[in-house]
Design a protein around this ligand. Structure first.
Ligand SMILES: Nc1ncnc2c1ncn2[C@@H]1O[C@H](COP(=O)(O)OP(=O)(O)OP(=O)(O)O)[C@@H](O)[C@H]1O
Ligand SMILES: [Mg+2]
Length: 126
């Protein structure tokens, strides 16, 4: 069974990102769950936390091409596809936790406007 957890609070700086990242790391490390973090925030704070312990990821855009949320949904933004097949979306693997994956944040995501998009096949992740 796939569980989707999201945190919403209109107020800024109230620990949404901190909480969701620590929940994901806890589930991956302590509970051995396969966890996908999706960073929809153009600030990319969750993405920074994901790589903060990895000196080798100085340039994720260059080192991990195709693993950002903008790149994943780009066929919809460009009007090239009616649906996104989640199985074809590339993910970044955590340098620290074996079961933790990330769809990276991307400043370009704030430029996109894409109503009614549909993502199939997310059921492999909690
Ligand atoms: N329990 C805590 N104790 C002290 N500081 C905390 C705690 N949780 C988070 N912080 C700090 O508070 C700041 C804001 O946290 P965070 O970025 O998680 O908030 P946010 O709600 O995601 O913010 P934004 O609205 O900008 O996305 C960060 O500097 C974070 O390190
Ligand atoms: Mg945040």
């Amino acid at each position: 069974m796939t569980v989707i957890a999201s945190l919403y609070n209109h107020k800024g700086g109230v620990a949404k990102t901190t909480t969701i990242f620590n929940l994901a790391a806890y589930l991956a490390k302590r509970k051995s769950k396969k966890v996908l973090l999706i960073d929809c925030d153009p600030q990319c704070n969750c993405t920074e936390l994901f790589f903060c312990s990895a000196d080798s990821y100085d340039e994720p855009d260059a080192q991990l091409p195709g693993t950002s949320i903008y790149e994943a949904l780009r066929p919809r933004f460009d009007g090239d596809a009616s649906r996104i097949d989640a199985k074809k979306v590339a993910l970044a693997e955590s340098p620290e936790y074996p079961n933790l994956y990330l769809l990276r944040g991307d400043i370009n995501f704030s430029k996109g406007a894409c109503p009614n998009f549909c993502v199939n096949g997310v059921s492999d992740y909690i």
